[in-house]
Write a protein that binds this ligand. Structure first.
Ligand code: FO1
Length: 345
């Protein structure tokens, strides 16, 4: 059984915006966390970021590699925007907008306001300060840096000690076919259409010829526990799995892979995960998540409100752990992280 080092946390339900994973040393009152387990996490956006914010309270951030979905990436105004990478980065740096879960706190919107006056594209809102991140990333990519290199530079600049890695340096993009047959890009579906439309199919364009970013497969192999964050199984974890080699490596280490169901009492806490699962033929429940992940997840943590689904999860061949999974505060996220580490034996 993996044990998080025992430095206990203050259970401060109101805490939330302090940097959680700053470079230069462990956080919290317990001092250095010797013997902290080596963790690899697969992550999407907001739900994953909140979990990781709790995880780095109970393990040494320097021991954590996070493989992040880049299927949501979009080019707008010639800028390369990586929403999930930025959501995790900003959250771990303690600078995320707490209300939306994405973008920066204390943001201003003067560029968007001016763009609106010009009749430009404003359905995807880029804050003034957030724009600097996209400008920096785009410029460095144009200079020949890889997305993984730029991400490491951004982590250093934001003082984040966790190793954030894009799932691939290659362009893999999530495309969604709507019920009427029209195919749109992920952000078109998610933001412009507010994911209020029925979906027939999801595909990850470019995945066949892509390779995992340097260190991704090694991080999966070397980890004492691989965590599948509470992200949308279809459009957040699905793209990561579509990169050749990732699913195979997970399959090989299945007993140490622990997932967290993003579906609680039949509904997604945020976003369209429940509808997407149902639309793609999976039950919209923690049991449906277990079936979706069964090939390569050894244990699934489900919410206490779903305790009645333990048999259904285990019938899918997945060990089931029941715990409070709703992360209404950083302290609850940290408590969930402890449960996950304990489950990752
Ligand atoms: N989400 C929205 O609902 N509306 C937006 O205008 C929006 C802009 C945006 C800009 C930068 C960024 O990093 C994220 C942004 N998001 C926005 C969130 C993003 O669409 C989603 O978090 C993910 O792609 C799904 O994980």
């Amino acid at each position: 059984m993996l044990r998080a080092p025992t430095a206990t946390l203050p259970v401060d339900e109101t805490a939330g915006s302090a940097p959680a994973a700053v470079a230069g040393g462990p956080v919290g009152p317990g001092g250095p966390r010797d013997g902290s387990p080596v963790i690899c996490a697969l992550a999407g956006g907001v739900g994953a970021a909140r979990f990781l914010r709790g995880l780095v309270e109970v393990v040494d951030p320097g021991q954590v590699t996070v493989v992040v979905n880049t299927g949501d990436d979009i080019e707008l105004f010639g800028l390369h925007i990586s929403p999930d990478l930025d959501t995790v980065l900003y959250t771990l740096a303690g600078v995320v907008n707490q209300q939306t879960g994405w973008g920066l706190a204390d943001e201003t919107w003067r560029v968007m306001d001016s763009l609106e006056r010009l009749g430009g594209v404003t359905w995807f809102r880029l804050g003034d300060r957030d724009l600097a991140t996209h400008c920096y990333r785009t410029e460095r990519l144009a200079e020949g840096a890889t997305l993984a290199e730029v991400t490491a530079e951004l982590c250093r600049a934001f003082g984040v000690a966790v190793r954030l890695v894009p799932m691939s340096d290659d362009a893999v993009r999530t495309h969604v076919t709507l019920a009427d047959g029209l195919e749109v890009g992920f952000q078109d579906y998610f933001v412009r259409l507010r994911h209020e439309v029925a979906v027939r199919q999801v595909r990850f364009a470019g995945s066949e010829g892509s390779t995992p970013s340097p260190g991704v497969l090694e991080a999966i192999d070397a980890a004492e526990c691989v965590v599948v964050c509470p992200s949308n199984p279809v459009v957040s974890i699905g793209p990561v799995l579509s990169v050749p080699g990732v699913a195979d490596h997970l399959r090989r280490v299945r007993p140490k892979v622990v997932g967290i169901s993003p579906i609680v009492a039949g509904a997604a806490l945020k976003g369209p995960a429940d509808r997407l699962l149902a639309e793609l033929g999976f039950e919209s429940s923690a049991a449906g998540v277990a079936r979706f992940y069964a090939e390569w997840v050894g244990t699934l943590v489900i919410d206490e409100s779903d305790a009645g689904l333990v048999d259904a999860v285990e019938a899918a061949g997945v060990r089931c752990v029941v715990a409070p999974t709703v992360m209404s505060s950083p302290a609850r996220a940290a408590a969930l992280a402890r449960v996950v580490l304990d489950a990752g034996s």
